[in-house]
Design a protein around this ligand. Structure first.
Ligand code: MRU
Length: 347
């Protein structure tokens, strides 16, 4: 299995996703600043992977703390957490992981600094392992929705690379493949960062799952001509009313799927739900550098001086979503009530 993020000899190891598929190299992070920078620059990306990387980065920063009292440790710890909170704004799993680590330090306020350091380290490692287990559970639940012979459209990368391993949307696809179903995947290239063409296509090919890459603009025609059975994506933030923030282009696919009467599924762990965010308008959408749009592989393709808008995510209103697959169950409408019930049940 691909190792996206790992804790090894008190260092955080990340596969460099900016180099894939041409090169399989790893970035070795000896300090928390390198991990935070890796999140910012998309060396590690994908909401659950960002969450796990942040937890490990926080644990790494804490490990190097020079504090000898709880108060001094907490102050340094908060600086570290703040650095991670500034990396990327949309993936809820990042803030979920930061809050989780902060909670530990508060609850264990009676412990010594050395004990806190090892608590944080063990917890970060556990979170990575748990993420894989969650994805496998999600895969098993989502598999029930995948018919044998399915032709599946996906967008961006919601695979092993976007998580600690196995994947969310690709986890469901993997589970169907492992169950012996004959499936075929269409992967949108996902401009401008090309997560679909570079990462999803690579992962699926490595796993022996048939994949066809299309440009984003071909999705509608693919729905007309390729007898697609369903669309499945991951999510960066799920609001309490079921609106979903995911990679730019997802909204268009959901509208097209409705027109073509194709089910549109979202697969994401409960840590992607932000109960404090009532609806899509409340999600903070990251806007990325203009050169991602004006250039392809370092080559300028748009004229100098042209205006550029580069939102990295969009919002899919819940009315277009046929079901949300989580590790605790498959949720359908009405989302506000059913997501709420699921969260209460899981506490
Ligand atoms: O900008 P990225 O690559 O971090 O965004 C990731 C996505 O939006 C994925 O599509 C995904 O569904 C969320 S992570 C499983």
């Amino acid at each position: 299995m691909i190792k996206t993020v790992a804790w090894e000899k008190d260092r955080v190891i990340l596969i460099d996703q900016t180099k894939l598929p041409a090169e399989k190299t790893y970035v070795i992070c000896e300090d928390y600043e390198t991990v935070a920078e890796a999140i910012k620059t998309m060396i590690v990306r994908g909401a659950p992977a960002i969450g796990v990387a942040a937890a490990m980065g926080i644990a790494l920063g804490a490990l190097h703390s020079t504090a000898s009292t709880y108060g001094a440790f907490k102050e340094q710890f908060e600086t570290i957490c703040h650095a991670f909170a500034q990396t990327r704004p949309t993936a809820v799993n990042l803030f979920w992981a930061i809050d989780h680590m902060k909670g530990l330090v508060i609850v264990h306020g009676d412990k010594g600094v050395e004990e806190l350091k090892s608590l944080l380290k063990n917890e970060a490692v556990r979170m990575g392992e748990e993420d894989i287990a969650i994805n496998r559970r999600m895969g098993a639940m989502g598999n029930e929705l995948i018919p044998d012979g399915a032709r599946i459209l996906t967008h961006c990368n919601a695979g092993a690379l976007a998580t600690a391993g196995y994947g969310t949307a690709l986890g469901v696809i993997r589970a169907a493949h492992e169950a012996g179903k004959s499936i075929e995947v269409f992967a949108c290239e996902t401009r401008p960062f090309l997560q679909g063409a570079r990462l999803t296509a690579w992962e699926l090919k490595e796993s022996g799952i048939p994949v066809t890459v299309i440009t984003d603009g071909m999705a509608g025609y693919a729905m007309c001509k390729k007898q697609l059975s369903l669309v499945i994506t991951g999510a960066d933030c799920i609001c309490s009313n079921g609106d979903v923030a995911n990679k730019i282009g997802t909204y268009g696919l959901a509208v097209l799927a409705r027109e073509h009467r194709i089910p549109f599924y979202v697969a994401a762990p409960l840590s992607t739900i932000n109960p404090a965010c009532g609806k899509g308008e409340g999600v903070s959408i990251e806007e990325r550098d203009r050169t991602e749009v004006t250039h392809i592989a370092g080559q300028r393709v748009a004229p100098e001086g042209v205006d550029v808008w580069n939102p990295a995510f969009d919002i899919t209103p819940s009315k277009y979503i046929s079901a949300i697959i989580t590790e605790k169950g498959v949720v359908t409408k009405p989302y506000k009530r059913n997501l709420g019930k699921l969260r209460t049940k899981s506490r």
